[in-house]
Design a protein around this ligand. Structure first.
Ligand SMILES: *Cc1c(COP(=O)(O)O)cnc(C)c1O
Length: 369
């Protein structure tokens, strides 16, 4: 008898699963680069968060998340019953999909978009209906409305419970969006919320945009807002995110999420960050001011065209070369920015906004190219 082959039990639908490759820098090298490739906060965590981490005496304990949820609820301005915490916003994307999607159900994704939406959808055996953004990266709300209307018509006509494209349950959109930095217009948000679908609004960059729909959640039963401490609070490496969800949905998430998904260090640092808002929001304002300055300076180069951004990064159209060529040329000068594999983004680079001296180094390096 041949030896038992355990790999035959692996899910066949994962055979062609595309690996997520955001290209991490080795820990030992992190200090050697100007890192502007992953939209992190180069001002770092709040000093109060670092002090609280060092002073925490209970890393050998399982730590409850109730106090953290209450602190977040106060920060957002909603009841604590709306708040669920997670191991980064990424985990919340997965958890939301898991409580809604049966195998074969569908999500709508509007690429170019945050890759984790489709990553987790594939992992969860969902179908992905892609409704590409327009040339200017705005969301094609007309096409979304039409897709959902067609899907419902099919269900009505066939007498089946499902249309050909499955049960369309979730719509994922980031605002400000990654990679382009643009926000949904108020009108577009209202049109999306009026649809018979759950709108998952990823507001990872809300603090930079200065606008949020989080306080709308209590009166909007089909809206889930995702937030994170990774970008504005400089805690990307600690992994702490959360959602604001209608109470029955939040209750289901609480019931189904891994109970210890938020580690003790993330818990402590997030709470200390919420006690140091003046410090952190001053850095957010610096980044926003630098973003506006960089947009002007990059445009002056003549071959980079930054798109309007409300986040902590600029997506720039490159002329005369590919995005990857620009990325590699900067990497050779110790500066990391993001280029993309997809054909649609071939002529773009995404540059996060760093501290002023880092942004100056970017401008100097780009002048040399
Ligand atoms: C960075 C980012 C996240 C990831 O947040 P984590 O809390 O670090 O998992 C989520 N959504 C968008 C749009 C992002 O750009």
């Amino acid at each position: 008898m041949p030896p038992f082959d355990a790999t035959q039990f692996l899910r066949q639908d994962l055979n062609a699963f595309p690996p997520y490759s955001m290209g991490h820098t080795p820990l030992a090298d992190l200090g050697n680069y100007i890192k502007l490739d992953l939209n992190e906060n180069n001002f770092g965590p709040s000093p109060k968060a670092l002090a609280a981490l060092a002073a925490m005496p209970f890393y050998h304990r399982y730590v409850e998340q109730e106090e953290l949820r209450k602190a977040i609820a106060r920060y957002v301005g909603v009841d604590v019953e709306h708040i669920v915490t997670s191991n980064g916003a990424d985990e919340m994307i997965d958890l939301v999909q898991r409580i809604f999607l049966d195998r074969g159900d569908a999500i709508i994704d509007c690429p170019p978009s945050f890759e984790m939406f489709s990553f987790f959808a594939r992992l969860n055996g969902a179908r992905i209906i892609e409704i590409p953004r327009r040339e200017d990266f705005s969301v094609d709300v007309d096409a979304i409305e039409k897709t959902i209307a067609d899907c419902r018509l099919q269900i009505a006509n066939s007498g089946n419970l499902q249309s050909e494209i499955g049960n369309l349950k979730l719509l994922f959109i980031a605002s400000p969006s990654n990679p382009d930095g643009g926000v949904l217009s108020r009108d577009d948000v209202e049109r999306l919320l009026a649809l018979p679908i759950v709108v998952v609004l990823d507001e990872a960059y809300a603090e930079f945009a200065g606008e949020s729909y989080a306080t709308r959640v209590p009166s909007q039963p089909n809206l889930i807002v995702l937030r994170t401490f990774s970008k504005w609070a400089g805690l990307a490496g600690l992994r702490i995110g959360y959602c604001i969800a209608p109470k029955p949905i939040a209750a289901k998430l609480l019931q189904c999420k891994p109970p210890e998904n938020v580690n003790a260090a993330a818990n402590v640092a997030a709470r200390a960050s919420l006690d140091d808002l003046d410090y952190l929001m001053a850095n957010v304002r610096r980044i926003v001011a630098e973003r506006e300055r960089m947009a002007v300076e990059l445009t002056k180069l003549g071959w980079l065209q930054p798109l309007p951004s409300r986040a902590n990064f600029l997506l720039c159209r490159v002329s005369g070369r590919t995005g990857k060529e620009v990325r590699d040329a900067l990497a050779a000068r110790g500066i990391l920015i993001r280029a993309f594999g997809s054909p649609r983004l071939r002529d773009y680079v995404r540059i996060a906004i760093g501290r002023p001296e880092e942004n100056e180094a970017v401008l100097r390096a780009l002048c040399d190219l």
